[in-house]
Design a protein around this ligand. Structure first.
Ligand code: COA
Ligand code: AMP
Length: 629
């Protein structure tokens, strides 16, 4: 089958196309209604019934694959490795589901999971899904405040966590962060279940906190609970333009169908083959391609607790690929930039047999041509850039290797995946010609697997994604489509930035910076960074009469952002400026600031209030070595 035929089938007969993909799953009740709409919202497979954990685990055992490895845990930071067969993982998940059930978790209840990259994180997610409950995984690098915001929004019955995470050789105590978050949060869970790691034992609060291993001793396995296709499987918070993160809601049925299809169509994976997404279960890539995608497809998934470099060296990725005969590796470009920096000639790669590795996939941020070229040159494998978002849950544009591997173009995420109709629109919603840069939008309906709403905020879903261009989903990314139909994603059109593959809100950082008593006004922008893609930089206008040095203010602000968001924000630079460039209506010219700092050409807008402020700002940047004048 050619890509063109498959793509046209999905465009022209979407219901038939997706009914066919859905028929490959073992539903408890097969859907008859494929796509429904009330004019604005769409529902996939509304009358279908299933259980996602059953499809990911028990089903494969029933098919005789119980002995096959489902999950490989490889942890250079603890020096340990562990493998779980489908039968073992099913048993572990059923037993922990029993623990959750005994703690009152029922269909529809929320469970927050705040865990490092250990098998128990995967077990907890699948156990929640087994009960028809809704998990919300919070990335372990987030600070207590971020966790508290998510606790209040998701109102979980139970929180599952671990005593610590390990960052290369540094222990991160999770339990004090959780305790702090619970002090800040208005909502309190009935209980917290803690996996005690031998590297650091956590203090437990009697009556609220429970030791996971102790609870297992008296647990009874729980059966899979039937849910409707449209019932939520999980909530995953992601950064928007304001300080309040958005809880992306994923359904059960559309998600299972889309991920199952993607494993074959995009990644070319067959049951029994090994897939490795070098991400974190706290991000959408981890949800879709460490946990659900590979298991729904009957593959073996690798869970890696380590970094691309320093654990112990820049050969770590190649070592894991060789050790487990990984067929497809998926990571963020920043990881390869880190490897290239440490090992520019890829000498470490020569130590490993990469014959099983067929393709390398990258996403999460723009794949710059230099990183693409380096990876292709040294690995001698096809490198597939693909574009997607937390909201979509799977790739919007990719090189669909399982259907037809198309010629690649450096800097392009290739073509729309069957099911997505991608358009470039101008600000009035008019389609733009080939090669013209505009807003990337997706024609409704979105295919199965994409967000169904924003948790507790359906209005935010409508206003944030559907209203800007009626009939389309507004992606928030800008870019163009070339004459061959290839998409080039050039970056966000809003105040979201991407730091080391982590999506962050500059609006949120501005709220934190503005809370400092010395700050009158501020703006935070993402500047280009050779390793992490972007790095946030703050520009601060002091209140009158305040006496503080730039070094002291910067130290305070760095600490504040670390405390409120977490170290992953990488907020390290703050400049005191005499004025911020603004329009006459008072809007800060953020894009202009970024262009000056990144050395891009820019046009001074006619609406600028005081053009002299630009020279002052450039002077401040030069003084700090951000630019040379
Ligand atoms: N728990 C606690 N802290 C964490 C954390 C976690 N899970 N993840 C990151 N951090 C901390 C780091 O320890 C570091 O803290 P520090 O400032 O005190 O040193 C800070 O957050 C920044 O971390 P990171 O962005 O990982 O930078 P780094 O310099 O340590 O490593 C890379 C650079 C490129 C190796 C790393 O960013 C990386 O592997 N990126 C890939 C990201 C990825 O896979 N994203 C998923 C999208 S698909
Ligand atoms: P997240 O929701 O964290 O996955 O981040 C999604 C955002 O990351 C997108 O909106 C893009 O801005 C960016 N992104 C993801 N993949 C790519 C890609 N392949 N090329 C360019 N940008 C990407």
């Amino acid at each position: 089958m050619s890509y063109h035929t498959e793509y046209q089938a999905a465009c022209q007969q979407p219901e038939q196309f997706w009914a066919d993909k859905a028929s490959k799953l073992a539903w408890y009740k097969k859907p008859q209604q494929i796509l429904q709409t009330d004019g604005e919202q769409y529902q996939w497979f509304a009358d279908g019934e299933l259980n996602t954990a059953y499809l990911a685990l028990d089903y494969h055992v029933e098919q005789g694959r119980g002995g096959q490895t489902a999950l490989i845990y490889d942890s250079p930071v603890t020096g340990s490795r562990q493998q779980f067969s489908y039968q073992q993982l099913t048993n572990e998940v059923a037993l922990f589901a029993g623990v959750l059930k005994a703690h009152g978790v029922m269909k529809g209840d929320r469970v927050i999971i705040y865990m490092p990259m250990i098998p128990q994180a995967v077990i907890a997610m699948l156990a929640v899904a087994r009960l028809g409950a809704v998990h919300s995984v919070v990335f372990g690098g987030f600070a207590a405040h971020e966790l508290a915001v998510r606790i209040d929004d998701a109102s979980p019955k139970v929180i599952v966590s671990a005593s610590c995470g390990i960052e290369i050789n540094r222990l991160i105590a999770y339990k004090p962060l959780l305790d702090n978050a619970l002090t800040m949060a208005k909502h309190q869970p009935d209980s917290c279940i803690i996996w005690q790691r031998p590297q650091l034992l956590a203090d437990l609060t009697t009556g609220r906190d429970y030791d996971w291993q102790q609870l297992l001793q008296t647990a009874e396995p729980a059966a899979c609970v039937t849910v409707k296709s449209t019932d939520p499987l999980y909530i995953l918070y992601t950064s928007g333009t304001t300080g309040k993160p958005k809880g992306v809601v994923r359904d059960n049925g559309g998600h299972a169908v889309a991920l199952h299809y993607s494993m074959q169509a995009i990644y070319g994976m067959q049951p029994g083959e090994v897939f490795w997404a070098a991400s974190d279960v706290g991000w959408v890539v981890g949800h879709s391609y460490i946990v659900y995608g590979p298991l729904l497809a009957g593959c073996t998934s690798v869970l890696y607790e380590g970094k691309p470099v320093y654990t112990p060296d820049a050969g770590a990725f190649w070592r894991v690929c060789a050790d487990y005969k990984v067929k497809a590796l998926f990571a963020a470009p920043t990881a390869f930039r880190a490897i290239r920096k440490e090992d520019p000639d890829a000498t470490l790669l020569q130590h490993y047999d990469l014959s099983a590795l067929e393709r390398i996939y990258m996403a999460g941020e723009r794949l710059d041509p230099a990183t693409y070229d380096w990876t292709v040159l040294h690995s001698n494998k096809p490198v597939v850039d693909h574009w997607w978002q937390t909201e979509t849950g799977w790739a919007i544009c990719a090189n669909p290797a399982g259907i037809e591997l198309l010629p690649t173009k450096a800097g392009s995420a290739t073509v729309p995946v069957p099911g997505y109709q991608v358009a470039i629109l101008d600000h009035n919603g008019q389609a733009m010609a080939a090669n013209q840069q505009g807003n990337i939008a997706i024609k409704l309906p979105l295919p199965p697997g994409c967000l169904t709403t924003i948790w507790q905020s359906p209005e935010r879903y409508n206003s944030g994604y559907l209203r800007q261009f009626p009939g389309y989903y507004a992606s928030g990314d800008g870019g163009y489509i070339d004459d061959d139909g290839y998409l080039f994603v050039m970056g966000r059109t809003d105040d979201v930035i991407n730091v080391a593959g982590h999506r962050l809100s500059t609006g949120e950082m501005e709220e934190i910076v503005a809370s400092h008593p010395a700050v009158a006004e501020c703006c935070v922008i993402g500047l280009a960074d050779a390793l992490k893609g972007q790095q946030p930089v703050g520009f601060v206008l002091l209140k009158n009469g305040i006496d503080i040095t730039e070094a002291q203010l910067q130290a305070d602000l760095v600490q504040l952002v670390r405390e409120q968001i977490g170290a992953l924000a990488c907020f390290k630079v703050a400049l005191i400026v005499p004025r911020l460039p603004k329009t006459r209506s008072g809007k800060i010219l953020r894009k202009l600031l970024r262009q000056i700092a990144d050395g891009e050409e820019y046009i001074v807008p006619s609406t600028i209030d005081d053009p002299a402020s630009l020279n002052e700002i450039a002077g401040c940047m030069a003084k700090r070595g951000l630019i040379s004048l």
